[in-house]
Write a protein that binds this ligand. Sequence first.
Ligand code: ISE
Length: 334
Amino acid sequence: MTIRIAVIGAGLMGADHAKIVAEDLSGAALQVVCDMDGTRARTVADAYGAADTGTDPEGTIARTDVDAVIVASPDFTHAPLSMVCIKTGKKMLCEKPLSQSSADCLRVMEAEQAAGKKFIQLGFMRRYDQSYIEIKRALLQGKLGRALMMHNFHRNVATPAADFTGAMAITNSAPHEFDVARHVLGTEYATITAWQPKRSDALVAPVFMVLETVDGQIVNIEINNNAAYGYDVRAELVGENAAIATNHVAYTRLDHSRSQAAGYDVDWRSRYAEAYRRQNRAFLRFVETGTFPQVASSSWDGYCAAVVAEAGVRALSEGRKIPVEMIARPEFYA
Ligand code: ISE
């Protein structure tokens, strides 16, 4: 049976998900592209052969010719649309974040638990990236010894919005690092501290964070949304006996004029293209089988990211170490 998928949100990520559904998801059909801007919905629908378009997210979710939903609309819509999908009984792949409010995330978790099954797969696609898979595998196989520290750099060419702030770097970009580090280490965070260096211009400066885990490890995260030179995300996990790091994948090296150069990606869509394909295929299997994917992030992981981000924003504004206070993980999300 072909799974008919609606993509809600026809912006940068919505268009990318529509492309993946249309071109890389065998067994799925791009049924509807929905956006409040009907012209933008039509442009994406025509580009990838969607059967129809819509401008009403809740109406699109309710359509009888829609079996599952991918939500890539603005962040503030994610939790409300999650609640609609749970109520309607349709599985949803939700672009991060589930919500920037941990309270909203708890409400989504409560609705899933009341419904008795998971509906929301969250789009922390780094979990499907080969480099993080190999880092986690090396730790689990004992090749590193006990994990001590994880260093994470996350550099964008330029901020996604002109009014981007240090706090937004923590709530918008850092959740990928918060999630993938706790996923690799298999732990939770106990505290967070955050700083910003001073730039010579009016661009938002990098945010540097240090987190302690409940297992006595240290995780540091640099978010530099104005790195200028390229999209450059790196991680290194340091154990007692060995270390393992991501290795920048460049498909070519240009040798020229007694020098050599390897290119950087422009943004996350190309750097993590295969991770998005793997994540979306896992979502399709989730819809087909009802079994939540082992690697994927859930509403619980969305809550964890929101709690850490909220503490991180406080740490940056108050200039002190902030405890990460969260509920115990419900058995439902074990
Ligand atoms: C963006 O929202 C993403 O999710 C990207 O993966 C991340 O690299 C970027 O910094 C964010 O702004």
